[in-house]
Design a protein around this ligand. Structure first.
Ligand code: FES
Length: 118
């Protein structure tokens, strides 16, 4: 197993930031129409920074690991950094070769983040 696969497996088995925020400033959702998996993102923004971010939902290893990695990355970051999250950024962060179908899993979190009202 290479280091990236191990990181993905760890984030899938022990997802960081899994849960809900009680008083979020925005909430959004995205689903994969092929498999029906769904992610919900909760964010708390203060002074144009991500004070807290969590996610909930059901997904495959790649979608959950991706949500865990990206939410971890975003904590404490500025809103302008949050707006830079896109497909290329997510794929680079995962660090593995993904087929077309798996890319949809990986970017599910990005789709939900892009819908946040921040
Ligand atoms: Fe559903 Fe990956 S198989 S998001």
């Amino acid at each position: 197993m290479n280091i990236y696969t191990e990181i993905i497996l760890d984030h899938y088995q022990n997802p960081r930031n899994f849960g809900e925020i009680k008083n979020p400033t925005s909430v959004s959702e995205a689903s994969n129409s092929v498999c029906g998996d769904k992610l919900k993102i909760f964010i708390l923004v203060e002074n144009k920074k991500v004070k807290d971010i969590k996610f909930s939902g059901v997904g495959c290893a790649i979608s959950i690991a991706s949500a865990s990695l990206i939410t971890d990355y975003l904590k404490g970051k500025s809103i302008s950094q949050l707006k830079k999250i896109n497909k290329d950024f997510i794929i680079k962060m995962l660090g593995i070769n993904l087929g077309v179908n798996r890319i949809k899993c990986a970017v599910l979190v990005g789709e939900a983040i892009s819908k946040l009202k921040v």
